[in-house]
Design a protein around this ligand. Structure first.
Ligand SMILES: *Cc1c(COP(=O)(O)O)cnc(C)c1O
Length: 212
């Protein structure tokens, strides 16, 4: 496995409108540094502790994204440095992020996670719930887009239709909240479909760093 080659292969396929987020969860910092040396600056983790530990020892100009389900009581650990939180799925969490951002004298960028998959296990908001959160006026959070995960299936048509529905929600929300700009959808197995359906941020782990 060659991390550098994997990254350039993916980037070669991408339009410059699509941002590549390298998902480094479970992978050692040596792998992250290899990707960093290839020019990658945006990395994501799904566990708070791992995010905190890795960010402490890796270069300061890395932008760290939190992609996993985030518990309210752990927001304080990442609030000083996190660059984007992808999976905001409750009002309570949003209010806590606002509070901790304020304590750190910063504005934290967030995405709302929308439930699009058939599996009931996946977290996320309905479209109406997301629109309600967008109405809130919190000074220290900036909701800049939405995020979703398709069902884990080989059925490409189903994945496509779930991404289509997320894109619809995005357009609908954007018509009311003009500053929304990020549509985070697509992982190693489905990012080609996600991009065809309008994604502008893909979260890629195993295609860069190997399987977990
Ligand atoms: C792990 C993870 C990814 C990356 O998955 P791969 O299939 O390894 O590309 C993307 N998004 C989220 C939310 C994840 O937890």
């Amino acid at each position: 496995m060659n991390i550098k080659t994997n990254i350039s292969n993916i980037l070669n396929d991408l339009d410059e409108k699509v941002q590549l987020v390298a998902v480094s969860k479970t992978k050692p910092t040596t792998y992250i540094l290899e990707a960093y040396q290839a020019g990658q600056r945006v990395f994501a983790e799904n566990k708070v502790q791992e995010l905190v530990e890795k960010s402490a020892v890796l270069p300061d100009d890395i932008q760290w994204h939190m992609i996993g389900h985030l518990q309210t009581n752990k927001v304080k650990y990442i609030a000083p440095f996190v660059s984007l939180i992808h999976a905001v799925d409750s009002k309570k969490l949003l209010i806590e992020i606002d509070k901790r951002a304020k304590q750190n004298d910063r504005v934290i960028q967030c995405l709302l996670q929308i439930h699009i998959a058939q599996e009931s296990s996946k977290f996320g908001l309905s479209e109406d719930e997301a629109l309600e959160l967008l109405e809130m006026n919190l000074a220290n959070v900036s909701i800049d887009g939405i995020m979703g995960m398709a069902t884990f299936t080989d059925d490409k048509q189903q994945i496509r239709s779930e991404f289509k529905s997320l894109k619809n929600t995005f357009e609908k929300a954007k018509s009311k909240f003009h500053k929304l700009s990020i549509l985070s959808m697509g992982m190693s197995g489905d990012y080609d479909i996600a991009i065809e359906e309008g994604s502008n941020m893909i979260r890629i782990g195993s295609s860069i760093f190997g399987s977990r």
